[in-house]
Design a protein around this ligand. Sequence first.
Ligand code: ACO
Length: 431
Amino acid sequence: MDEHTLTITDNKTGQQIELPVRKATQGPDAVDIGHFFREMGYLTYDPGFLSTASCHSKLTYLDGKQGMLMYRGYPIEQLAEHSNFIEVAHLMMYGELPQQQQLDNFSDIIVHHSMLNEALKSFFRGFYHDAHPMAIMVGVVGSLSAFYHDSTDISNPRHREIAAHRLIAKMPSIAAASYKHSIGEPQVYPDNSLSYVGNLLHMMFSVPCEQFQADPVAEKALDLIFILHIDHEQNASTSTVRLAGSSGANPFACIASGIAALWGPAHGGANEAVLSMLEKIGDVKNIPGYLARAKDRDDPFRLMGFGHRVYKNYDPRARIIRKMCHEVLSKLGNDSDPLFELALRLEEIALNDEYFIERKLYPNVDFYSGLIYKALGIPTNMFTVMFSIARTVGWVAQWMEMISEKNQRIGRPRQLYIGPTKRDYVPIGNR
Ligand code: ACO
């Protein structure tokens, strides 16, 4: 049976409703409750969206039980092994892996949009020197709409595409400029002869008075991490981008809202939090104490880089990154990094602990990504910025998918009101 329905009975009134079940090509089907309120007079209640599909999408599939992730049907393991960031970006935006000519054109377009308007430089100077680079990202990316009026007609598919190209191309330049500002060094212009991540490393680490050559190991590792971070279906930041975009807001503002949502430690900020946590734990002998704190409901401490809303198995991205972490640390001559040793031990102890086993808490992508960033010389406060550069591809692809839908509507959730019922205003002297 292709399409079926689900019947719900109100045990109080006996009223029934038959709800269509929408078929997924893979994974759980979804009960369509679009008419539920109109017909039954009830809202559905699902804080945190544990059982709610907010949209349909052809981009990313993940199976939390099996620990499986696919972009446009391609398993992440295959893309990580054989592809590169720009090729996967093409796949996400246009739906297919490119032919050589298409890939060359796409790379060329991205390369030729990487410069920032000179007027934008004064934005960076306006931030205090110790501003968190994510704060600068939110502000500067949002401000791009002030520079690109020619690509903000969201009803025009060509405008949408140009805005997407600009965002993907300019994120590394903005990220590097945020970093340079925070360390008081001059901004470095992009170099069109370099790869996407090679250019990012160049803009972050070169200085006008010295030659800089990115280490190919570092370039390969960063490209891989970027592939793994491109998209992850309707996570908090992507849902934020979609919700902002559903009102017709311009794409630059939408991506800025995604960056803001990504910043939190329960989401993209976790990679930064993992490193701080490992530094705090400091030594293997302190692990049991911290694990006890993580298990204590009255203690807000959580094991950062562990657990995931959807994965109830090993995060497939964490598996790939863990392997890359070994490779990077040994190739960059850093294999005795005590924090890496500590992370491996912490993972082993947690995975054998009843609390973590019972709750199916496994390392997620952020458990090891921070260690790689650290080995590449990327400062801790830039970790989430790195994530935002890669995730921009997913955000723009999701935004384009949503806007191009025929009956796209504004996202407007309802609420279960639990505040006071009607009461009369009391003058201040009588309260
Ligand atoms: N450490 C200790 N206990 C945890 C952890 C953790 N990291 N994660 C979940 N738990 C516990 C919860 O306390 C809860 O226990 P209970 O059943 O006794 O109440 C149970 O496991 C289920 O967890 P929830 O909080 O209900 O899971 P939720 O899906 O809401 O949260 C989240 C997922 C936010 C990722 C959570 O696991 C967490 O905070 N992890 C640490 C932060 C982190 O690594 N975030 C990165 C996510 S991946 C990404 O954004 C790229």
